[in-house]
Design a binder for this molecule. Sequence first.
Ligand code: FAD
Length: 342
Amino acid sequence: TDEIIETDAVIVGAGPVGLFQVFELGLLEIKAHVVDSLKMVGGQCMELYEHKPIYDIPALPVCTSRELTENLLKQIHPFGPQFHLGEEVTVVRKEEDGRFFVQTDKGTRFMTKTVFIAAGVGSFQPKRLSVPGIEKFEGTQLHYQVKDPELFYGKNIVICGGGDSALDWTLNLVGKAESVILLHRRDGFRAQSASVAKMRELCENWEMQFEVGQVSGFEEKDGKLTEIRVTGDDGVVRRMPLDHLLVFFGLTPKLGPIADWGLEIYRKQIVVDTEKFQTSIPGIFAVGDINTYPGKKKLILCGFHECALAAFAASEIVHPEKKTLLQYTTTSPKLHKVLGVE
Ligand code: FAD
């Protein structure tokens, strides 16, 4: 569509810090849209350690990552943030009128007065196979995610990986695909034990095969991937004919498009001041793990503090006509109104 969403703030990243940024902006009556390349909110906390306890959130002696994320969602609920999940922000560009044009890889477009980059360690991307040349089959015969499972029905499939995604798709496609081979670098898995047991049972019944080894090369004919070469743990290279190769090596964060937005970057982090947490481009702020300044510590509590100061600085841009005063949530009738707790 041609529609451009006009807004006061776009937050890039829905990790704990991006979520709390919604709250600090909300208190100052600045509405925000939040974009994350992951399909869920919570950032590293949910992607890397959902069920682990955190002990250093002020006034919460212990909470799991998931609880922290759920509580943040509850806390920002009054401000009605709009989420755009499963979308990566690819373009951030300053326009002549001082606003910013922001676009995602799914084509969502914004015109916003301020941008908050809360991108953590970057956007999570599937880990790729490191076999030179094989990338040209990506999207046709080489897949890092499954969009349409029917593509694999009646085909010869090789699935690489040893986690839940690899096991789940293996179990899902056995019986529907012509043949399924699961390939993993070792005979040990980081997946639900019930799935592993089921997979071994299918192997015993000759319904699929499990092989230990790593993809080390491939063959092609007329522009089509015809077989892969697999180096086993015995060092022997074997040939494995196939129609499709599915690879599930997990996700890894990449700074990605942020590097192209003209911001001052130091060692893959965005340089900010400690008064406003503003980047080298006025109107673009950076908070949480993605920023750097003297003394920076990558802690959630530090990110929360940065959100408060960045919001006050942004208020001068979004509401230039009014002076932004510090008010207490305990006593301010105005804050009670925006929080909906009158
Ligand atoms: P993140 O949580 O990294 O979230 C950033 C989000 O931005 C991601 O979801 C990413 O997909 C998204 N993103 C990036 N680029 C784009 C883009 N271009 N477009 C769209 N989306 C994008 N901290 C503590 O304070 N206490 C602890 O006890 C603690 N324990 C930890 C344990 C582990 C195992 C790990 C890995 C970290 C721990 N941390 C802890 C660190 C803490 O998780 C981070 O400080 C925190 O997650 C940073 O939050 P964030 O919102 O800045 O970034």
